[in-house]
Design a protein around this ligand. Structure first.
Ligand code: ASN
Ligand code: ZN
Length: 327
């Protein structure tokens, strides 16, 4: 089918035919389905269904539009996990979670739930800014992956690493999708304008730009909200991917500082993503993993993938030093 999304322009959607109607059921991606809660807050509402295979018109007042965005975000996240990391669904069992849009009234959040194995999206302020951009969808879907793998406890330092895992994979998915209307960046939620002033929710090159997140590990990091204690790990991912200092990527300017003022030589986004994904999914990240343990886990993953003492291994360690996590 064809989706006329709010955040990603016109995209192809995986749909299915059911009698004389089509539905948002992606047969090629674990039968991922997108439902319309129609401002309800429980159950599944109704599966998006219609006589033509065109979904939404780019405007949030058309209820199919948010459905098209969420359906697309889940599809590119599925493709990224499968095609880049060889993982066939969150549990590697070929089965997709489902998505629900139009949750509640003026609801300004989105979330993952283990209980339903599903992602849910509010419509935002004035029901006019659905939280269904690709990076937000990838963030929520990655919570589902984390839940069935490392399952880092959602508080303290493990909670920050859980949040960072969602932001890191969200950035990787956005780059992978390579959508001309939503180019890859190291910003989180830049499309949904949650503050109403055009600024993103979070910045990975210098997390403190949001006014709350931390750039570097410190001994009290585990006492702040997990969406702020994620900052140093997001910063690690940026530094590992792109290196320190000033840089423009896809037209966005970054300037990433380091704790020790030593430069970081990048290993590249693909290597940084593969290292994090491996640490998460092969058992190196665990429920109680803190920042020091995450360093050890990613170095083990880097050794597995690139060799102990390789340039990639050493620069992975240097990126940790740059956020004040040392040997
Ligand atoms: N959107 C938020 C998140 O995924 C919901 C929450 O606080 N868990 O992090
Ligand atoms: Zn989250």
């Amino acid at each position: 089918g064809t989706g006329n999304t709010m955040y990603s322009g016109q995209v192809t959607l995986g749909t299915s035919q059911s009698g004389s109607n089509y539905t948002l059921t992606d047969a090629n991606r674990g039968s991922h389905k997108t439902y319309n809660l129609n401002r309800g807050s429980s159950g599944t509402g109704t599966l998006f269904s219609g006589p033509d295979d065109v979904w939404g018109n780019g405007s949030p007042s058309n209820l199919e539009t948010a459905g098209a965005d969420a359906h697309y975000g889940a599809a590119v996240t599925w493709d990224y996990f499968k095609n880049v990391h060889g993982r066939n669904g969150l549990r590697n069992d070929g089965v997709a979670p489902y998505s629900r849009v139009h949750y509640g009234n003026n609801y300004v959040n989105a979330f993952w739930q283990d209980s339903c194995f599903c992602m849910t999206y509010g419509d935002g302020d004035g029901n006019a800014k659905p939280l269904t951009s690709t990076d937000v969808a990838a963030h929520e879907m990655t919570h589902g992956l984390t839940s069935v793998t490392g399952n880092m406890t959602y508080s303290g330092e493990p909670g920050g690493l859980n949040e960072a895992t969602s932001d890191i994979m969200a950035a990787a998915v956005e780059f992978y999708a390579d959508n001309p209307q939503d180019v890859g960046d190291y910003l989180v939620g830049e499309k949904i304008d949650i503050r109403g002033n055009g600024t993103p929710l979070r910045y990975m090159d210098k997390p403190s730009k949001d006014g709350s997140s931390k750039d570097y590990w410190y001994s009290g990091l585990g006492n702040i909200d997990v969406h702020y204690s994620s900052g140093p790990a997001n910063h690690w991912y940026y530094l590992a991917s792109e290196g320190s200092g000033a840089k423009v990527v896809n037209g966005v300017s970054y300037d990433s500082p380091t704790y020790d003022n030593l430069p970081v030589t990048p290993i590249g986004r693909d290597a940084a993503s593969k290292i994090w994904f491996r640490a998460l999914t092969v058992g190196y990240f665990k429920s109680n993993t803190n920042y020091a343990a995450a360093r050890t886990a990613t170095l083990q993953a880097a050794a597995d993938l690139y060799g102990q003492g390789s340039a990639t291994y050493n620069n992975t360690a240097n990126a940790w030093a740059a956020i004040n996590v040392g040997a």
